[in-house]
Design a protein around this ligand. Structure first.
Ligand SMILES: Cc1ncc(COP(=O)(O)O)c(C=O)c1O
Length: 505
């Protein structure tokens, strides 16, 4: 039976920007007649009063509704279909999390409300903090950072503060070449220097390389930053040995915990020798991706780093009547300071806590097992037609290379990714990690069914057949979308990001 595509071309509206819609004087508001004396804006605001209207859209309510509904239909989302982006972990966002985050007692909190008025929220933060610490085997957690990358930045700030307290300022941070780009960026923002090194032939860090680098940069190494499982989807099997060597050299071990969704409930970074790490709540604890924010990237640490954590810190005290009281403690003289306004993105904390409570310890373990099972099932189903970059058991994601298909047909990773869109699937992560030529990084996550993965595998196999029979067609994909293939280089170099009224005429 021929393969049936999951998507077909359909009616989609071309949409002008909202500024090009409407007409002067049109409005979506209907206000009652003024029942107080009218005042002059010029007199009330003086020089601050506008000389000309702000140029806001003048549109009716149906126009607004249609505009935003139509452009929302252009989106591909995790709620539409399979979204196998490796490294980014597009996980289903359980609706119970959304329900909890919208409870008026949480959603309507004022950020300046005094601690005595937000006891429930502070207790939720304390409980989430304790649960995360237990899951990763660390002593304490700060929930303040707003993303994984900001968690990295904060963790490295704490490492710097630790050495400053000892009267030292080592500047170098060893980072394997497979690492996410944010690792090196976090170093640079901290005034530290990233020292990259290659992984071994089997994709993991080699203790011999680390030993050599520690010797070469003796006394100058502040830390190693290590991602486990790494961005090749492989377990860093020598992590404990490497951590011991790094500690013996007087340096610390930073763990990029972004991929904890492959370990949670099965192994604890703290037990493997990590001193400080970040979580990406959107990758492991099902909070939504915030398009770069507002997210939450808590940082977990061993107790010797506790004085340096961001302030304020939620503390639990016993009141005069023996009752439990939660407070926000700002008196932290050695703290690296505040890294995010107020207490961080509280809505994300509610969602992550809800997920933890819904899953329980057994559920979290099952999520990890299924994430790893699904990735290995996908790898095993495709590897005969698309080579794996490292042909071994993987953790939560599998990385394939376009080397064979490119050599045989000229069709490469980008073409396959674009053609997948015609089949109704979001492409995987492409050309990352950089150490794999023509990489396609696929991460199914734990909630995808066998049928969904089978459908995706069948689409991939079909595309590889098309590449043999009609490579030019694949190279011109996508064909069924609103717009055809875009000039991505031009879009990146000359982005048009603002609407200018003159260009509309
Ligand atoms: C391994 C790794 N480290 C760091 C990050 C950065 O996290 P965030 O996007 O939350 O800033 C990511 C993002 O997915 C990642 O995969």
């Amino acid at each position: 039976m021929p393969y049936m595509k999951q998507a077909s071309p359909g009616l989609q509206f071309n949409e002008q920007s909202i500024f090009e819609r409407g007409a002067p004087g049109r409005t979506a508001a209907s206000l009652p007649a003024l029942d107080v004396p009218e005042i002059s804006v010029d007199r009330a605001l003086g020089v601050l009063a506008r000389k000309a209207p702000a140029g806001l859209p003048e549109v009716s309510e149906p126009e607004v509704m249609r505009h935003f509904t139509r452009i929302s239909q252009w989106n591909y989302s995790i709620d539409t279909n399979f979204y196998p982006l490796g490294s980014c972990t597009m996980k289903h966002n359980p609706r119970v999390n959304e329900w909890a985050a919208r409870l008026p007692g949480f959603a309507n909190l004022h950020p300046y409300a005094p601690a005595r008025g937000i006891q429930g929220a502070l207790e939720l933060m304390a409980r989430l903090r304790d649960a995360l610490a237990e899951i990763c085997g660390m002593d304490d957690v700060s929930l303040q950072p707003a993303a994984g990358a900001q968690g990295e930045l904060t963790g490295l700030m704490m490492i710097r503060a630790h050495f400053a307290k000892l009267g030292k300022s080592p500047r170098k941070v060893l980072i394997p070449e497979t690492a996410h780009g944010t690792n090196a960026a976090s170093c640079t923002l901290n005034g530290l220097v990233a020292v990259p090194f290659k992984g071994s032939d089997n994709g993991a860090c080699d203790p011999a390389d680390v030993a050599r680098l520690l010797e070469e940069h003796k006394g100058e190494v502040a830390a190693i930053m290590i991602t486990n499982p790494n961005t090749l989807g492989l377990f860093e099997r020598h992590l404990s040995e490497i951590a011991k060597m790094v500690h013996d050299a007087g340096a610390l071990v930073y763990g990029d915990g972004a991929n904890l969704n492959a370990l949670m409930g099965r192994a604890r970074p703290g037990d493997l020798g990590i001193d400080v790490m970040q979580f990406n709540l959107h990758k492991t604890f099902t909070t939504p991706h915030g398009g770069g924010g507002p997210g939450c990237g808590p940082v977990a640490f061993k107790s010797f780093l506790s004085p340096y954590q961001p302030a304020p810190v939620v503390v639990k005290r016993v009141g005069a009547g023996g009752e439990t009281l939660f407070e926000l403690d700002d008196t932290r003289p050695e703290s690296v300071g505040r890294v995010r306004s107020f207490v961080g993105n509280f809505g994300m904390m509610v969602r992550a806590y809800t997920y933890l409570r819904e899953m329980g310890p057994e559920g979290l373990k099952a999520a990890t097992d299924l994430a790893v099972l699904n990735a290995n099932y996908l790898a095993a189903s495709l590897k005969d037609v698309l080579p794996l970059a490292y042909d071994q058991l993987c953790m939560h994601e599998a990385i394939f290379s376009d080397r064979d298909v490119k050599k045989a047909t000229g069709v490469q990773t980008l073409d396959i990714a674009k053609r997948l869109i015609d089949y109704g699937f979001h492409p995987p992560t492409v050309y990352f990690p950089l150490v794999v030529a023509g990489a396609m990084m696929m991460e199914p996550t734990e909630t995808e069914t066998k049928q969904t993965i089978d459908g995706y595998v069948a689409a991939m196999k079909n595309i590889l057949e098309e590449a043999k029979n009609d490579p030019e067609m694949v190279k011109k994909a996508p064909h069924d979308t609103r717009t055809g293939r875009l000039d991505e280089a031009r879009a990146a170099r000359k982005p048009v990001l603002r609407f200018h009224p003159k260009s509309a005429t």
